[in-house]
Ligand binder design. Structure first.
Ligand code: BDR
Ligand code: CA
Length: 312
């Protein structure tokens, strides 16, 4: 099994990503660390627990991480994900269990100090990762693989003309991680995630296949559908985060090119990923920038795993 920690800010699409991960027997999920992003950390943890409870996996520990970005003022994405972070579905909180008392940073550093072959799938701003890395850089020499949903190469931004939310929310953390991680950041950015659209037809199909899970997904994505129509003229919604999980499970789904990448930490381009595609700076490669994705294959995998029914 692949040992993995999922760092996230649940979030509608984070919850879909968690569902996919929980339905993937190849993964040994050591823990879920929560960062402030789409919603404040405590709320994100509550949403993660709701998904774990649904899947009967409350044995997976949830750790609270940073409650604000490294330097910038925290700005949530509750306009996109709803006040509750789950599309204003206002599903009841899980009462039986609370997040761990160990912090996300301590959990990350303890895990990397004591274990080898552990990977991270990061689905939110990179604050927890940067803080842990700053605190104990040596522990991180052991990391196996790092996949991050964030940034954008040629596609436009979603927080500014050039910046994607996760890296825009904490550009200093994103920049630090790109510059200091021992392995390349596999960047699942908007170039590829914009091709993953949950359409009304697919959603309808999901509800037919599995009314329970399909109904849950319909409930949490309705708000997201409205947002996408207003802001992106997309019918349906782009589901960014599950692609990062799917790519970790199956690298054949997506491809790109290696490059040196950094993140703008101030000025009008704050949060922008600057990808040295032509190696003009002659710097060491620190990223893999994904540009192509087989969205059909992704959707097939998502439906096969998340719905409790087999697609044809
Ligand atoms: C990213 O930002 C959040 O709104 C989503 O959960 C995703 O991780 C997309 O820009
Ligand atoms: Ca996210």
């Amino acid at each position: 099994k692949k040992k993995v920690i999922i760092d996230c800010d649940p979030g509608i699409d984070d919850c879909l990503a968690l569902l996919l991960a929980l339905k993937s027997p190849e993964l040994d999920i050591l823990g879920i660390t929560i960062v402030c992003g789409n919603v404040p950390t405590e709320l994100g943890a509550k949403n993660a627990l709701k998904v774990l409870k649904r899947e009967n996996r409350l044995d997976i520990p949830v750790y609270l991480g940073a409650s604000k970005p490294l330097k910038r003022t925290y700005i949530s994405a509750q306009d996109t994900h709803g006040q509750d972070g789950l599309g204003e579905s206002f599903l009841p909180d899980v009462q039986d269990i609370a997040p761990q008392t160990t912090s996300a940073v301590d959990f990350l550093n303890e895990t990397f100090s004591n274990q080898k072959h552990v990977s991270i799938i990061a689905l939110g701003p990179l604050t927890n990762i940067a803080q842990a890395l700053q605190e104990n850089p040596n522990a991180w020499n052991n990391i196996e693989d790092f996949v991050s949903m964030g940034g954008t190469f040629k596609s436009h931004g979603n927080c500014s003309p050039v910046a994607e939310y996760n890296y825009w929310c904490d550009p200093d953390a994103a920049c630090y991680v790109f510059e200091h991680l021992a392995v390349p950041v596999k960047m699942v950015g908007l170039d590829v995630t914009r091709k993953i659209v949950l359409t009304p037809n697919i959603l309808e199909y999901m509800q037919q296949l599995d009314p329970e899970t399909g109904g849950f997904i319909a409930k949490i994505t309705r708000f997201y559908f409205d947002f996408h129509w207003t802001h992106e003229q997309v019918i349906g919604c782009v589901i960014n985060d599950p692609l990062a999980v799917a790519y970790f499970l199956c690298p054949d789904l997506s491809s790109g090119f290696p490059a040196y990448t950094t993140v703008a930490t101030n000025g009008v381009a704050i949060g922008q990923t600057i990808v040295d595609e032509k190696n003009i700076w002659n710097k060491k490669t620190n990223s893999l920038i994904l540009t192509k994705v087989d969205s059909f294959l992704f959707m097939e995998m998502f439906l096969n795993r998340v719905m409790n029914a087999q697609t044809q």
